[in-house]
Design a binder for this molecule. Structure first.
Ligand code: UD1
Ligand code: UDP
Length: 374
């Protein structure tokens, strides 16, 4: 395989990757770059996949590998083989992966075996908890990558401490700021989700919980729900919980009694979810991306985990990492409600995608080719 027939081979497979790589795809289109989107099929339910391609105005992916759900190794192994096949046909100059999912891991492994460079967007995040599948995935992607796009100076410092050469690292900001900047006003104007759920700004809580370490453990999941329900009961306000399919399955399999006050709803589209996040009194979450978004949107966040790979959100005063003990959740929510708002957004200026393409030479490479033929 000789690299360079296509500029970018973009590998994605899950909801957050679609949302956070959309700005890179949009920027590639603006620059007239040739790109191919390879969708692994890790997420396939319309509510986690198709709805985002439509709402973010992305063309359908050139490849859908249809890998679906399985054990980690079976899923990742199938993706590696299929991504390699697609890359051999496309010969991109660089393969772009995002974050820490099994799709990102598979894209990184496949690319690093071929004559192409690997670009890792959202590099240098660490929870320092190797029991989480995401931590292993992001470490492998970072150490395989040729271009590491760190969202903050702190994530770049982490990479340097791990011995990654400085010339591979660029601080870009996080592409979620690009996505939020583009869609926030649209969400405010277009979304009718608050009326649909019968809630007013500041008068409800928003919850998401889908991480394996929480929802696959019956006891943890129950404590988490009990803590959030207690906050809601004290405030006499409802909790809206858009339920990820993984959590929905666990609720059913464990036959969980979800406390009254927590309203289970379908996963939301990006615009509706942004509207809910902006209007919520407080966000409870174990999601990585939602910790960032709440911080960018100015809504206080309680993280229902024992650690975070987004410590910048905590340093600026937007986020509290609380775990799942009900008493701690109640105390954390009380402290968050009293704390001052108006913190700085630590994730950049919304031009991360442009910096990423500048660094891999998209645009500059095309300009110099034009100059040669002139
Ligand atoms: C994955 C990522 C996680 C990320 C999340 C984003 C890994 C290891 N985990 O977790 O880091 O936060 O995506 O949402 O990559 N399912 C459906 N429909 C789908 C996809 C999944 O019903 O479209 C169900 C299946 O029962 C599946 C389960 O959800 O077994 C888990 O899916 P999987 O892709 O393995 O991991 P996520 O929990 O989605
Ligand atoms: N999100 C959404 N609808 C929902 C829940 C989340 O659009 O019902 C978006 C959210 O705005 C954020 C992203 O999904 O951009 C976060 O993805 P997720 O929580 O699935 O994964 P993580 O960030 O934890 O990997």
């Amino acid at each position: 395989m000789s690299a360079g027939e296509t500029d970018l081979g973009i590998v994605l497979g899950t909801r957050p990757e679609i949302i956070k790589l959309a700005p890179v795809i949009n920027a590639a289109e603006r620059r007239g770059a040739e790109y191919t989107v390879i969708h692994t099929g890790q997420h396939y339910s319309r509510t986690l996949d198709g709805v985002f391609f439509e709402q973010l105005e992305l063309s359908p992916p050139a490849y859908n590998l249809d890998v679906g759900s399985d054990t980690h190794a079976a899923q990742t192994g199938a993706m590696v083989a299929e991504i390699e096949r697609a890359l051999l046909g496309e010969t991109p100059e660089t393969v772009v992966v995002h974050g820490d999912t099994n799709s990102a891991l598979a894209g990184s492994v496949a690319a690093s075996k071929l004559d192409t460079t690997l670009s890792h967007v959202e590099a240098g995040l660490r929870s320092f908890d190797r029991t989480m599948p995401e931590e292993v995935n992001r470490v492998v992607a970072d150490h395989a990558a040729d271009h590491l796009f760190a969202p903050t100076a702190d994530s770049a410092a982490t990479l340097r401490e791990e011995g990654i050469p400085d010339e591979r690292i660029t601080v870009t900001g996080n592409t979620i700021v690009d996505a939020v900047t583009r869609h926030r006003d649209l969400a405010e104007r277009k979304s009718t989700v608050l009326a649909e759920f019968g809630v007013a700004p500041g008068d409800f809580f928003l919850l998401t919980a889908h991480r394996a370490e929480n929802v696959d453990d019956r006891d943890r999941f129950e404590r988490l729900l009990a803590g959030v329900a207690e906050c809601a009961a004290t405030a006499e306000q409802p909790v809206i919980y858009p339920v990820h399919p993984r959590a929905a399955e666990r609720i059913e399999a464990f036959d969980l009694d979800v406390p009254a006050g927590i309203r289970l709803v379908e996963p939301q589209s990006f615009l509706d979810f942004l509207r809910l996040e902006t209007a919520a009194r407080l966000v409870f979450t174990d999601s990585g991306g939602i910790q960032e978004e709440a911080c960018i949107l100015g809504t206080p966040c309680i993280t229902l985990r024992d650690n975070t790979e987004r410590p910048e959100t905590v340093s600026v005063g937007a986020n509290r990492v609380i775990g799942v003990e009900p008493d701690a959740i109640v105390a954390g929510a009380r402290a968050a409600a009293r704390a001052p708002r108006g913190w700085e957004n630590p994730f950049g200026d919304g031009r991360a995608a442009e910096r990423i393409l500048d660094t891999v030479g998209i645009g500059t490479r095309r300009a110099s080719a034009e100059e040669v033929t002139r």
